[in-house]
Design a protein around this ligand. Structure first.
Ligand SMILES: Nc1ncnc2c1ncn2[C@@H]1O[C@H](COP(=O)(O)OP(=O)(O)O)[C@@H](O)[C@H]1O
Ligand SMILES: O=P(O)(O)OC[C@H]1O[C@](O)(COP(=O)(O)O)[C@@H](O)[C@@H]1O
Length: 337
C-alpha cells in the first residue's frame, strides 16, 4: 500500500536499474533539478542496486545533469544485481542509505526493479518511489514507460530499411524484436512498419498453428500477387528457438524461404525521442512532488496527459496486455494482406 510519511526529505538518492532505456538520463535530470529547486540534495548510486550495496555513488548537481536530456543510456550506469535479492544484500543497502542520511530513494527501472524496491521497504524506513523506465512498456498502472517510444522508432527505422531490400528482392523477412515477455514492441512496431504478419503473446496459440497460419497466408498471397516482399514481426521469447528456428521450420514445413533477423540491442540504445524526454521530465518532476507531499511506496505513471501515482506493488502484480482494439484492427487488416 502507498503511504504518507510526515517529514519532508532533505537528501534523496536516485539509481537506474535493469535494462537501460532511452530517456533514463532525462528522468535523472528532471528529478535532480526539481529536487534542487526545492532545496533537496541529490546523490546518484551507480550500477543499479549494486551501487547501493557497495556504496558507489556520485553527487548530482546542476552542472552534472544540465546537458543530459538528449543522451541515451544512463550516466548512473545500470545493471542487474543478484545480491540485492538476498536479505543480507538488502540490509547492507539500507545501512548505507542510513549512513548517508538518505531520506528517500527513487528507482528508475522496470518491473523487476520495482519488485525489489517493494521488498526493500522491510529494510529501509525512508520514502521510496519508482519511475518506470523500460523499452518493453510492460508495467501496469502507466500508459507508457520511459524508453518505449524511442525503441519503437528505432525498430521502425531499422525495419523500414529491411523492407526496402525485401521489396527489391521480393523476399520474405522475419524480424524479431525485444520485449522479454511482452508484445508491446512487436505490435506497435509491426503496425508502424505495415507488417503483413505480427506475432505477439496475445495472438500466439502454439508453434504448430502459427506455422500453418503463416504458411497458408504466404501461399495465398503468392497465388494472388505473385512474388512479393512479405514482412513478419515477432516478439522474442515466443516461438521456441526464436526467429532462426521459425525460419528453418517454415522452410521444412512449407518450402518457404524466409530470412530471419534478430534486431537485438540496437533497440535499447540511441538518443531518446522528444516523447520520451517529455515523459521523463514530467515523471521526474512529479516524483519529487510526491516526495514533498510525503508519499512513499508508489510508482509514477502517466494516464493520458496526466501523471499519477499508484501503489508500487500493484504495478508488478498483473500482466499488462497490449491494446486489444489495436490488436483487433491489425488482425482485421491482416486478412486483406
Ligand atoms: N524478487 C526480487 N527481489 C529483490 N530484488 C529483485 C527482485 N527481482 C528483481 N530485483 C532487482 O531488480 C533488478 C532489476 O530487475 P530486472 O528484472 O533484471 O530488470 P527490470 O527492472 O528492467 O525489469 C534485479 O537485478 C535485482 O537486483
Ligand atoms: O540485457 P539483457 O540482460 O540481455 O536483457 C534483455 C532484456 O532486456 C530488455 O531489453 C529490457 O527489459 P527490462 O527493461 O525488463 O530489463 C528486454 O526487452 C530483453 O528481453
Amino acid at each position: 500500500m502507498s503511504g504518507n510519511s510526515q517529514k519532508q526529505p532533505n537528501r534523496i538518492a536516485l539509481l537506474t536499474s535493469g535494462g537501460d532505456a532511452p530517456g533514463m538520463n532525462a528522468a535523472i535530470r528532471a528529478t535532480t533539478l526539481y529536487a534542487l529547486h526545492h532545496g533537496i540534495e541529490v546523490i546518484g548510486f551507480k550500477h543499479g542496486y549494486n551501487g547501493l550495496i557497495h556504496n558507489e555513488w556520485m553527487a548530482l548537481d546542476e552542472p552534472v545533469v544540465r546537458e543530459i536530456i538528449g543522451s541515451g543510456g544512463t550516466i548512473l550506469k545500470s545493471a542487474r544485481c543478484e545480491e540485492f535479492k538476498s536479505p543480507a544484500g538488502m540490509q547492507q543497502a539500507a545501512d548505507n542509505l542510513k549512513a548517508l542520511d538518505i531520506d528517500a530513494l527513487v528507482v528508475i527501472g522496470g518491473d523487476g526493479s520495482f519488485i525489489g524496491l517493494t521488498k526493500f521497504k522491510q529494510f529501509y524506513p525512508g520514502q521510496t518511489i519508482g519511475i518506470p523506465g523500460t523499452i518493453d512498456n510492460d508495467i501496469d498502472g502507466t500508459d507508457h514507460t520511459i524508453g518505449f517510444a524511442t525503441a519503437v522508432d528505432t525498430a521502425v527505422n531499422a525495419i523500414d530499411k529491411i523492407r526496402d531490400t525485401a521489396d527489391a528482392f521480393e523476399r520474405i523477412f522475419l524480424v524479431e524484436v525485444m520485449g522479454r515477455k511482452s508484445g508491446f514492441l512487436a505490435l506497435n512496431v509491426g503496425i508502424a512498419c505495415a507488417a503483413e504478419h505480427i506475432i505477439t503473446f496475445e495472438n500466439f496459440s502454439n508453434p504448430g498453428i502459427e506455422l500453418q497460419h503463416i504458411a497458408s497466408k504466404i501461399h495465398r498471397i503468392k497465388k494472388s500477387r505473385g512474388q512479393c516482399s512479405y514482412l513478419i514481426v515477432s516478439a522474442e521469447n515466443l516461438y521456441p528457438g526464436g526467429a532462426n528456428q521459425l525460419a528453418s521450420d517454415l522452410a521444412d514445413y512449407a518450402s518457404i524461404e524466409c530470412i530471419p533477423c534478430v534486431l537485438g540491442y540496437i533497440q535499447r540504445g540511441g538518443d531518446p525521442v522528444a516523447k520520451d524526454r517529455i515523459l521523463a521530465t514530467h515523471m521526474g518532476a512529479f516524483a519529487v512532488k510526491q516526495l514533498l507531499a510525503g508519499h512513499t511506496d508508489v510508482m509514477i505513471g502517466i494516464d493520458g496527459q496526466h501523471c499519477l501515482q499508484v501503489p508500487l506493488a500493484s504495478s508488478t502484480k498483473h500482466y499488462k496486455e497490449v491494446n486489444a482494439s489495436l490488436l483487433a484492427i491489425q488482425e482485421d487488416l491482416q486478412d486483406l494482406l
